[in-house]
Ligand binder design. Sequence first.
Ligand code: AMP
Length: 269
Amino acid sequence: MILARTAAELQVALATSRQRGARIGLVPTMGALHDGHLSLVRAARGACDTVVVSLFVNPAQFGRGEDLAEYPRDEAGDRATAEAAGVDILFAPTAAEMYPEGFDTWVDPGKIGTYLEGAARPGHFRGVATVCTKLFALVGPQLAYFGRKDAQQVAVVKQVVRDLALPVEIVACPTQRDADGLALSSRNIFLSAAERSTALALPRALEAGLLAHRSGRDAVRAAHEVLDAEPGLLVDYVAIADLDGLTLAAAALVGSTRLIDNVRLVEEA
Ligand code: AMP
């Protein structure tokens, strides 16, 4: 596995792949890699000749007062994990490499980025859309892999790719969960044992919502009932939205950790 820290190193690392017309797959991540990330790597590995994982805690997608400084970082661990997963190139730039002095162009995704996570985290999707656009430009992947765990992010990135005619296909992969149902997330390490069991109300609520929806009842209300019964969990939102398909999405604060999760209400093909 090649570790590239700069755009120039990345271009050198990609040169042979480009020369032989290899199919390049990109998996953008913020690191602290877990099996959710690795499911994207596996999908990329299965469909691409060259798999690039980016590891960048993107300051532009964190708001003031959010957990940018505390966000889990484990580059040494990520390098070993990525290598073992068969990643060809790990691109781990600094913030100064991605946003050098004078950087002043932003990709702002419009309506899709304004509600749910966009309302809770103003500017979040502008940061996401900008960094993804730049990563697409740097890597030039034919395919880029995203997790449905961040369903609105998938919808935002697909919108950007469509609107700006970016030459990349976005592949959305299913949410990976722990055996207890909690969606894997780098932020789960912040949860105490008690908070973790409280957090399980989130997947339970979404499951209740899905069952309600399937039997013609109100999915949002059914999910709310489960969440409202859980002391120690503060609901931010529960809503149905078209996030690359009809989706029941929820966000909640457990202790000081903000968790998001969702289920698709559309039948998968
Ligand atoms: P992050 O490092 O949290 O920015 O996530 C990087 C990519 O991994 C995003 O496309 C996420 O949606 C995806 N991802 C994170 N957690 C999961 C999960 N539990 N299942 C599937 N994909 C995930």
